[in-house]
Design a protein around this ligand. Structure first.
Ligand SMILES: [Zn+2]
Length: 282
C-alpha cells in the first residue's frame, strides 16, 4: 500500500530527484547529497506528498534510482532508458536493464521512461522504436508498470502501443501532451495519463479539455521535477511538493474536492505501480 495514512496523501508518479541534485555519476551518495534529498522530501511531506516515483532516463540514473529507494522508503524506483539515449547499440542498454531487474526484482516498480521523441532533428527513430519495444517486453516479462514518454511522435507511439494493448495492463503516458483522440484510446485500454504542471499553463486548453473528458479515474499526478514547473513558479526549479499545486488545480478544473483528487490519484498510482512498500514520510 502506498502511504495514505495521513489524510489526503498525494503521490508524485514521475520525478527526477537525481536531476534536481545534479547527480550524474555512478557513486555513493555523499552526506551533502543526502541532506539535499532529505530537504526535498521534507518540503514535499509538508504538502502531504508522501510517495515519489524516481524515473530513470539512463543506465546510470536507473542504478542510482534503486540506490535512492534503498535509502528512502517513500521513493520507488522505475528504471529505463529515454528515447534521446537510443543508439544502434540499444541491445546493450536492454541487457543492462534486464540484469538490474534480475538483481532487484522486488524493489523495481516500473520500466521507463521509454518511448519515442521526434522533437530534435537528429533523432534515430529506428533505434528508438527498437529500444521502446524491448523495454515494453521487459515490462511484460517482469510484470512491471510501463512509463511512456512521447513527444512529437503520436502516430508512431500509437502504432507501437497498439500492438501490445491486450497484454499491457499497467501503463501511464507521462506528461500527457497528445490529442484528445489519443487520450480516449489510451484510457479505453485502462491506461493512465500523467498530468503535471503543464495543465496550469494559460495556453494549454487542449490538455484541460483532455483532463475534463477522461476524468479523474484515468489520471495520475506527476511533477517531472526539476522540469515543467507549474505556472505559479514558472522559470524556477520544479519539485515534488508542487503536486499539491497541481492537485488543487485539477480539483478546480473538474469541480471536485481536493480530497477526491488526492485519494483517487493516489489509488490510481497504486494500481499502476502495485507498489507494496508502506511509507512514512520523515
Ligand atoms: Zn521525466
Amino acid at each position: 500500500m502506498l502511504s495514505n495514512d495521513s489524510i489526503h496523501a498525494l503521490t508524485d508518479t514521475h520525478c527526477h530527484i537525481l536531476h534536481m541534485i545534479n547527480k550524474t555519476t555512478l557513486s555513493a551518495f555523499s552526506n551533502s547529497e543526502i541532506q539535499e534529498i532529505r530537504k526535498i522530501l521534507h518540503q514535499a511531506s509538508l504538502k502531504n506528498v508522501s510517495n515519489i516515483f524516481e524515473i530513470g532516463t539512463t543506465k546510470i540514473d536507473s542504478v542510482l534510482s534503486i540506490e535512492l529507494a534503498k535509502l528512502f522508503k517513500n521513493i520507488f524506483p522505475v528504471i529505463g532508458v529515454h528515447p534521446h539515449e537510443a543508439t544502434d547499440n540499444y541491445q546493450n542498454d536492454v541487457l543492462f536493464l534486464k540484469n538490474l531487474l534480475d538483481e532487484h526484482h522486488e524493489k523495481i516498480v516500473g520500466i521507463g521512461e521509454c518511448g519515442l521523441d521526434k522533437h530534435y532533428p537528429d533523432h534515430n527513430l529506428n533505434a528508438q522504436i527498437a529500444l521502446f519495444k524491448s523495454q515494453i517486453e521487459l515490462a511484460l516479462k517482469y510484470n512491471k508498470a510501463l512509463v511512456v514518454h512521447t513527444r512529437d511522435a503520436e502516430d508512431e507511439t500509437y502504432a507501437v502501443l497498439e500492438q501490445y494493448k491486450d497484454q499491457l495492463k499497467r501503463v501511464t503516458i507521462h506528461c500527457y501532451s497528445n490529442s484528445l483522440n489519443f487520450a480516449q484510446q489510451i484510457t479505453s485500454w485502462g491506461w493512465f495519463l500523467g498530468i503535471g504542471g503543464t495543465v496550469t499553463y494559460p495556453k494549454n486548453n487542449l490538455l484541460r479539455d483532455v483532463v475534463k473528458t477522461v476524468g479523474i479515474n484515468a489520471l495520475v499526478l506527476e511533477t517531472d521535477a526539476p522540469f515543467l514547473p507549474p505556472q505559479i513558479i514558472r522559470g524556477k526549479q520544479n519539485s515534488p511538493e508542487q503536486i499539491f499545486t497541481i492537485a488543487h488545480y485539477v480539483a478546480e478544473l473538474l469541480e471536485i474536492s481536493f480530497e477526491d483528487v488526492a485519494s483517487v490519484t493516489t489509488a490510481n498510482a497504486e494500481k499502476l505501480f502495485q507498489a507494496s512498500t508502506s511509507t512514512d514520510v520523515a
